[in-house]
Write a protein that binds this ligand. Sequence first.
Ligand code: COI
Length: 359
Amino acid sequence: MEITIEKATNPRPKPNASALNFGTVFTDHMFIWDYTIEKGWHNPRIIPYGPLEMDPACIVFHYGQAVFEGMKAYRGPEGEVLLFRPEQNMARLNRSNERLSIPLFDESCALEAIKKLVALDRDWIPSEPGTALYIRPFIIATDNYLGVRPSHTYKFIVILSPVGSYYEEGLNPVSIYVEPDYVRAIRGGTGFAKAAGNYAGSLLAQVNAQAKGYAQVLWLDGIERRYVEEVGTMNVFFNIGGRLITPDLSGSILPGVTRDSILQLLRSWRVPAEERRLRIEEIFQAHDEGKLIEAFGCGTAAVVSPIGKLGYNNRVIEIGGGKAGELTQRLYDTLTGIQTGRLPDPFGWVVKVAVKRLS
Ligand code: COI
């Protein structure tokens, strides 16, 4: 694929890497790839980061035909640029496309474009512990049309953002409200896809939970409201009596790359790990029996985020005595160690981006 590059003439100021939060600062360049029925995906280009000019009738504004991904680039000990399992994100993006009736793209071409963009903006990759360059590929429907049908034109865009912790709390435990009324997704819906609308539909529950003093919600299944699904925008694990349990991928749950990596790590450590339906009552019962050892959310943005408090049905339970659990911490250290090239990579997860050695 021939990607044209137009370099920015006015580089943007770089943020102070020790004071980074999540998703507020963007780098000098972005990637754009157009789609039309006649030409397919064409005109791949890297151009200076900046606003898009779009017609107000664009389908994406009205019917939310949009999907996205989240990945990270890290700076290794020798200044090398590292991606973590990026082919998984490309494959999932195509699965999201399929669900949203968006034409599929060539995954190796998209990955090549991402590597090129990251290599060009490599000076933006922070190296402080807990920081990374967040990569946000997304695809939007761009027909100017108010009828409801799949668009005939799209843009595949990638932007980059140097980030610190997703939650202000970092690795300190957050409090979570078990959402009794609203649901995130149901089987047959778009829960397994990274569809923009999934996130829009989750906001009201998040805002209500925050008004009650919680950081996020724990989502229950949409049919019986009994089975645990996800926490906020993340997959979730509970350590019950030394067994790590995460909901199985039933169709309404996002198949997280971090979730899958954690399952592989746990199995390699011979820690019993189960993917199965998990009743919310089982968690509270395990707590009452002294068996609820730790709980955490996991995702690309936060890596792992310990759950310290769970509120449900007028009950509030504490988990882990205000600290990240032992396995939570070990998983965080191991994952970030592999991702940043500071620990060996026995699974072959890390992909090096070819750039000149950084000083
Ligand atoms: C993640 O946990 O990586 C997410 O999907 C959060 C993202 C929407 C900011």
